[in-house]
Design a protein around this ligand. Structure first.
Ligand code: 13P
Length: 252
């Protein structure tokens, strides 16, 4: 059975005191009310990870990083490795977010290295893929996502692949208020699952969690999550407001 997951990607938001307040509020609201079959993951900025894992000791959520480097240690000023995070009880790392691809020129090959690094240290990658608006309008969206998966993920062994979570995030839906329609999301999630079945096998494809991301909020989450191949969401803006985020978690 594949997992249902709602993950909050805070991006570069919140001061330390605001982060503490939000994490505490989410923990309090989830306490005793979190749907048992849903895993909740908080991905705050690096400097709040320890805070989140400390509060999380008894809280019903896991903690993820928004990025990792592909090396374990060394002269890489400003970078953070999976090896450092594992001691903080960070269980997940977002890899390949479109903002990192766009602003920091992260290549397919670099992302493959990050996936390997996460898996070396037992951190589960939340691997993001998705097309831009021009790519969708040119009807190239399937091809783009296929390349993203083949070039950064499909070198993994079936056993390694079992650790990966995929997030389909159409770039045109991120932060725009225009979410993919449930039918558009379902089409792409089913396509991604088919790519996995073709590359690995149908059982692995059936067990892979595929999240939707892009302007997902408490109003549209229920219908998106009701799609057969949508296993939850990677939430940006709406994860910064406790009530919104909790309401999304309870949308299954
Ligand atoms: P928004 O939910 O703000 O559109 O962001 C989605 C996202 O990029 C999550 O990683």
């Amino acid at each position: 059975m594949r997992k249902k997951i709602v993950a909050g990607n805070w991006k570069m938001n919140k001061t330390f005191s605001e982060a503490e307040e939000l994490i505490t509020e989410i923990a309090d609201q989830l306490d005793g009310t979190k749907p048992e079959n849903v895993e909740v993951i908080l991905c705050p900025p690096y400097i709040y990870l320890e805070l989140a894992t400390d509060i999380a000791e008894d809280a019903p959520y896991s903690v993820g990083a928004q990025n990792i480097n592909d090396h374990d240690m060394g002269a890489y000023t400003g970078e953070i490795s999976a090896q450092m995070l594992i001691e903080l009880n960070v269980a997940y790392a977002i890899i390949g977010h479109s903002e990192r691809r766009k602003y920091y020129n992260e290549s397919h090959e670099f992302l493959a290295g990050k996936v390997d690094s996460a898996l070396r240290h037992g951190i589960r990658p939340i691997f993001c893929c998705g097309e831009t608006l021009p790519e969708r309008e040119a009807e190239k969206y399937k091809e783009i996502v296929k390349t993203q998966l083949y070039d950064s993920l499909f070198h993994l062994t079936p056993e390694q692949f079992g650790w990966v979570i995929i997030a389909y995030e159409p770039v045109w839906a991120i932060g725009t208020g225009v979410n993919a329609t449930p039918a558009q999301a379902q089409e792409m999630h089913a396509y991604i699952r088919k790519l996995i079945a073709d590359k690995y096998d149908p059982q692995i494809a059936g067990e892979t969690t595929i999240l939707y991301g892009g302007s997902c909020n408490s109003k549209n989450a229920r219908e998106l999550f009701a799609q057969a191949d949508v296993d939850g969401g990677l939430i940006g803006g709406a994860s910064l407001i406790a009530d919104e985020f909790i309401s999304i978690i309870k949308s299954f």
